[in-house]
Design a protein around this ligand. Structure first.
Ligand SMILES: [Zn+2]
Length: 108
């Protein structure tokens, strides 16, 4: 199972649009792994996917803006294990996550 922000301000250092692995659920609290650290988030903040995500996704940090005043849509990729990968170009079809030691396709 994976989860991502459903909208609103992120309650944890999750990147908007990125899918993160769910470690556990207890009541209305969902524990997710964000870049190697676990956070408990109220499920109302999340969109849940029963299927595990197997590809990376582009994500952006709504709390940061680029020099043009807009969020930097190429700011990071989130791998299926929830690791943040930065420094990739916008048309990159796949990425290598050094922490997983694997190469993943990036969803477009
Ligand atoms: Zn990874």
């Amino acid at each position: 199972m994976h989860a991502r922000l459903a909208g609103g301000f992120p309650p944890a250092p999750m990147l908007s649009g990125g899918w993160y692995p769910v470690a556990s659920r207890a009541g209305d609290r969902v524990t997710i792994s964000v870049d190697g650290t676990r956070f408990a988030v109220h499920e109302s903040f999340l969109e849940l996917s029963e299927a595990d995500r197997v590809t990376s996704v582009w994500a952006f940090d709504p709390t940061r803006t680029g020099p043009d005043g807009f969020s930097d849509l190429t700011s990071a990729v989130v791998c299926p294990a929830g690791h943040h990968i930065t420094g990739l170009g916008p048309s990159t079809p796949r990425c290598r996550c050094e922490r997983c030691g694997r190469v993943y396709e990036i969803e477009t």
